[in-house]
Design a protein around this ligand. Structure first.
Ligand SMILES: Cc1cc2nc3c(=O)[nH]c(=O)nc-3n(C[C@H](O)[C@H](O)[C@H](O)COP(=O)(O)OP(=O)(O)OC[C@H]3O[C@@H](n4cnc5c(N)ncnc54)[C@H](O)[C@@H]3O)c2cc1C
Ligand code: SF4
Length: 322
């Protein structure tokens, strides 16, 4: 049996209360659904003295002038089933419905998915396992077993909803010890597996705001994993755009689960304004292949994962152009 170190648990019923509890013991950690945090505590990856429970804060989706506003406390199951999400943001619901397993999705929140710690097959292991290997740079060690060096950690950002939220240009509403602020989700992640979130200590994600997609919106999320019933992504590909028939007017592609930072594919503007024929689809797939460099922190051959990014792109664009 895997045991956790002792800690105090305090329940918060609002974001403000959660922040006040955190202030009482900086170094405390927030726990929403607990589906990632609790296994990490059992693996001895960290041992906070205080856990501030935010899973009881109301979730939900509403429309505002800014766009579609989703509470960070929304459970992934509720997100996938929400009528506004299904009508306007289908790829986000699709990604939420592909996270883990049904049991986990009833507990897991959108906030926890966005703030998910980076993952690595040398890190997300029991204390005994990691000790036998001499630990690693991200926890208690001095060496990265993936890159074979003492400096860089390339553990992967492996959330399914994140590539879609980047492709949709979502904004995050945050509250922290220094007040409230809004941050584009594209600014949140940095290429450092040990410290991949550009946040200040104690900051909470309260809401995710997604601009309402205009007419002609089409999008999809495709996930590569070994067992469809439960596994984390070995690669996730979001494609979102505005279309007029087979002509894209706007196009965004984001690849997830390849590195600490989701990869926003560059150079797609060259394909806007003309019908997307087979040559253009192949050229975009080639662009995605060139820009995708999966790190070996996640299971599955890196070259295979890279090839699959191109295959998923071809399939997604092929279906989307009609
Ligand atoms: C077997 C298994 C399979 C899984 N498969 C997948 C998968 O396929 N895809 C996937 O994306 N995930 C997967 N997960 C991970 C996890 O279930 C999800 O990412 C889930 O969305 C995390 O949400 P949570 O509410 O449970 O987060 P928690 O575990 O409660 O928290 C995760 C982290 O986010 C922080 N946090 C939570 N909410 C906030 C907030 N509002 N503001 C600031 N920080 C916050 C916590 O402090 C913690 O550091 C899997 C987990 C398990 C155990
Ligand atoms: S990428 Fe390297 S340093 Fe980071 S968790 Fe994996 S083995 Fe550890």
């Amino acid at each position: 049996m895997l045991r956790m170190d002792g800690f105090v648990y305090r329940h918060a019923s609002s974001w403000e209360e959660a922040l006040a509890l955190w202030r009482s013991a900086p170094g405390a950690q927030y726990v929403a659904g607990g589906t990632d945090l609790l296994p990490n505590l059992k693996h001895g990856l960290f041992a906070p003295k205080l856990l501030v429970g935010i899973g009881g804060i109301p979730g939900g989706v509403r429309r505002e002038a800014d766009g579609i506003v989703i509470s960070a406390a929304t459970r992934l199951d509720d997100l996938a089933a929400d009528p506004t999400i299904r009508e306007l943001l289908a790829p986000l619901g699709q990604a939420a419905a592909l996270v883990a397993s049904p049991q986990i999705r009833t507990m897991a929140t959108l906030g926890g998915n966005v703030m998910l710690d980076t993952r690595c097959m040398y890190y997300n292991q029991t204390l005994f396992w990691r000790q036998a290997l001499g630990y690693c740079l991200k926890a208690e060690g001095t060496w990265c077993h993936v890159v074979g060096g003492p400096k860089t950690c390339v553990a992967s950002q492996s959330s399914d909803t994140v590539p879609v939220l980047l492709a949709l240009g979502a904004r995050l509403r945050l509250v922290g010890p220094e007040g409230r602020r809004e941050l584009g989700i594209r600014e949140l992640y940095q290429y450092n597996g040990m410290d991949h979130l550009r946040l200040t200590a104690g900051e909470l994600l309260t809401e995710v705001v997604v601009p309402a997609p205009g007419a002609g919106f089409r999008g999809s999320y495709t996930k590569l994993r070994t067992r469809d019933s439960i596994d984390f992504p070995q690669l996730g590909l979001a494609v979102c755009g505005q279309w007029e028939g087979s002509t894209p007017r706007a196009l965004e592609i984001v690849v997830g689960a390849v590195s600490p930072q989701p990869k926003l594919v560059r150079g797609l503007d060259a394909f806007l304004g003309a019908p997307l024929d087979d040559v253009a689809v192949a050229a975009i797939a080639d662009l995605v292949h060139k820009q995708t460099r999966p790190q070996g922190s996640v299971h599955g051959d890196s070259n295979w994962r890279r090839q699959m990014a191109a295959v998923f792109t071809r399939r997604a664009l092929g279906a989307m152009r009609g």
